[in-house]
Ligand binder design. Structure first.
Ligand SMILES: [Zn+2]
Length: 208
């Protein structure tokens, strides 16, 4: 796995906007509708445009996001946790939404990163076709590789629409994945402190 994420393939092989729109018209016909009717006439163009937003992560280098750090931290060496980061991703098996939240923590070693950058790293990997397990690992490994902190923890809780609106039709189910590195993996006290900071909610907000 490259640091920057999944292979982007050969950019020259990327189809044109017109080809993408033609593909959407094919899917509309395949679903049983008529792409020439008024309500669907502009849909292929809209879908192509929305794809560039939903999958904007392919154009972002997550490593570059973390390269600017601050060393004036006044000796702060405790857990830095960004909790409840809204997560919007797409399942790579069914191309339907994965909606949830991510908690990202690290134990700084002499330097910290701007807090919004952690959320941007989440987005950079989330705005791609994903499975939750891989997404969790990619976020944690990138933070670990670039910041080289004493520990990194990423916990993701998310509902998968491929499970709620199709297939087994089980709404309200959330999947939890975690990746613990360094002190969060090796030191039970540090791990316990983190888990107590990520307080569980009474009810699941996920409609999945
Ligand atoms: Zn799926």
């Amino acid at each position: 796995m490259s640091k920057g994420g999944q292979s982007l393939g050969n950019p020259e092989a990327r189809p044109s906007q017109a080809e993408a729109e033609a593909a959407v018209r094919t899917l509309l016909r395949w679903a049983g509708d008529d792409p020439t009717r008024e309500g669907l006439r502009d849909t292929p163009a809209r879908v192509a445009r929305s794809y560039s937003e939903l999958f904007a992560g392919y154009n972002v280098d997550p490593v570059a996001l973390l390269e600017r750090t601050f060393e004036e931290v006044g000796g702060y060496d405790e857990i830095v946790l960004l909790r409840d980061i809204r997560l919007e991703s797409y399942c790579e098996h069914h191309m339907v939404p994965i909606i949830g939240r991510a908690h990202v923590a690290y134990l700084p070693a002499n330097r910290v990163v701007g807090i919004s950058k952690l959320a941007r790293v989440v987005d950079a990997y989330a705005k791609r076709l994903q499975i939750q397990e891989k997404l969790t690992v990619q976020i944690a490994n990138t933070i670990n590789d670039v910041l080289q902190p004493r520990g990194v923890a990423v916990v993701i809780e998310a509902g998968h629409q491929c499970m709620s609106t199709r297939g087994v039709h089980k709404p309200g189910v959330s999947m939890v994945t975690s990746r613990m590195i360094g002190a969060f993996r090796d030191d039970p006290d540090t791990r316990r402190e983190l888990l107590s900071m990520i307080t569980p909610r009474a009810a699941s907000p996920f409609e999945g």
